[in-house]
Design a protein around this ligand. Structure first.
Ligand SMILES: [Ca+2]
Ligand SMILES: [Ca+2]
Ligand SMILES: [Ca+2]
Length: 458
């Protein structure tokens, strides 16, 4: 049996765990009755896994898999986990084969099931748990075309790192939709990891199944701990190609397996009040039609809520808040500083001063002729068009219109060209009566939708 060494460096405690403590049962392990796994080494393909995950409203293409072929597969009979059937990815083996014991099939025979593939980690997962890095990554990715502007899917995250290696081996997974991880929990959003869901952190989302802590495991799976069924909800670009990447890996070393179970047919465009799962802020949930856009732009770090965990979705978005959101959208965080008051009503101590100053220097925002900025004033739809045009087209003059863009936006409107551009890029629509309502004030939830769609324009 391979010797497993774990040395935790950089802390006061150096733990060395040997094979005896992490002993896996002898070869030839058999699964609990009714449970089975077919891994990629047994003939199932990456495309079949992607198809099995996908439900209504989504078509897929270009599925690829990176990792050991025993580390991903299709399973059934795991109803005890909350996911009866679907696809699994693991930093160990999903199937019983040779010396490798399945990281997911019951019963729970070991406190530390471990397969070491010595395959690479994943850079996107590394970024989630930096400065730690990952190994033994299992990564499934594919392109998809959704028929609607949001998608969701259901999953359970589980591991044999529970409970003894919480806060030391932070195995991680990510569901990156167009590069944004929607496998998150809490506000501000944290990636779903060993450290972010366990008996002490987000305990209502955690199910303990550890053989030695406190005793008899009651859930018929090898996983020593697992989450409740979680739902990922993300905004997407309808009717064009989007990309999803599902990845799980070991943190720091290659030992002690972590897995994710994804429910068959659950990756769908069916997002709504009954689909649940979308709850990025205390006052934003699945009943809000903008919930996917708010959740996704929040996960991107573009929009921010309030310290009490609320978002105030229906409130007017202020000029200073939109400055912050636009700044975040352009990834300008690193340059934000404020050495002097840029406007008579924006002090150096205004928390938005750096973003306002930066965007004024970049000619995205401007103040009023009397030297003021009106930071708390609302933002109209036409002003939003102008801000976004100038942010995305730096140095370019806003084009003029040759004819009216809408019945209420004549060619003479100074914002006409920016509004025409905004609509042509799919960032905003007019109304059914051929109006744009250019002077309507934008709510914070509508701003999130504008910013989400603007993120795809280059
Ligand atoms: Ca491993
Ligand atoms: Ca176990
Ligand atoms: Ca691990």
């Amino acid at each position: 049996m391979k010797q497993i060494k774990r040395v935790i460096t950089g802390g006061a405690i150096a733990a060395l765990v040997t094979a005896s403590a992490l002993a896996a049962p002898a070869t030839g392990a058999s699964a609990s009755p009714g449970q089975s796994v077919t891994d990629l080494a047994s003939g199932v393909t990456a495309t079949q896994l992607a198809q099995q995950l996908t439900g209504s409203g989504i078509s897929i293409s270009n599925a690829t898999y990176t990792g050991d072929p025993h580390a991903a597969g299709s399973f059934s009979g795991l109803g005890a986990t909350g996911i009866p059937a679907g696809i699994a990815l693991s930093s160990g083996s999903v199937s019983n084969n040779g010396d490798h014991v399945s990281s997911i099939l019951g019963p729970n025979t070991s406190d530390g099931i471990s397969t070491e593939w010595d395959t690479p980690g994943d850079p996107d997962l590394n970024a989630l748990i930096a400065p730690d890095t990952t190994n033994d990554a299992a990564v499934l990715q594919f392109d998809f075309v959704p028929t609607a502007s949001s998608v969701s899917f259901k999953y359970v995250f589980g591991s044999d790192e529970y409970n003894e290696f919480i806060n030391s081996f932070n195995d991680v997974f990510g569901f990156f939709i167009n590069g944004v991880n929607c496998g998150t929990v809490g506000n501000p959003p944290q990636p779903v990891t060993i450290d972010d869901i366990n008996g002490s952190v987000n305990p209502s989302l955690y199910r303990n199944n550890d053989p030695s802590d406190p005793g008899q495991p009651s859930i018929d799976t090898q996983l020593d701990g697992l989450t409740t069924v979680l739902t990922c909800v993300s905004a997407v670009q309808p009717n064009v190609i989007n990309h999803v990447k599902l990845a799980v890996a070991d943190a720091q070393d290659t030992a002690v397996d972590t897995s994710v179970l994804l429910q068959a047919g659950s990756f769908t465009t069916a997002v709504g009040p009954t689909a649940g799962g979308c709850a990025p802020f205390s006052d934003v949930n699945g009943t809000n039609p903008f919930c996917p856009e708010i959740a996704t732009t929040s996960a991107q770090g573009v929009v921010r809520g309030f310290p009490d965990g609320s978002f105030h979705p229906g409130a007017t978005v202020s000029r200073q808040a939109i400055a912050s959101f636009l700044y975040n959208l352009a990834h300008r965080d690193e340059a934000a500083s404020c050495s002097s008051a840029p406007f008579s009503d924006v002090a150096k101590t205004n928390p938005f001063c750096p973003q306002i100053s930066g965007l004024v220097k970049a000619h995205v925002l401007s103040g009023y002729s009397d030297g003021s900025f009106h930071p708390s004033a609302g933002v109209s739809r036409q002003a939003m068009a102008s801000f976004l045009y100038r942010l995305i087209n730096p140095g370019k003059a806003v084009p003029s219109c040759t004819k009216a863009a809408f019945t209420d936006v004549p060619a003479s409107n100074e914002f006409c060209g920016a509004i025409q551009w905004l609509v042509s890029k799919g960032i905003a629509d007019g109304y059914d009566n051929h109006t744009f309502q250019p002077e309507s004030i934008v709510s914070r939830q509508a701003a999130a939708a504008f910013l989400y769609r603007a993120g795809f324009v280059h």
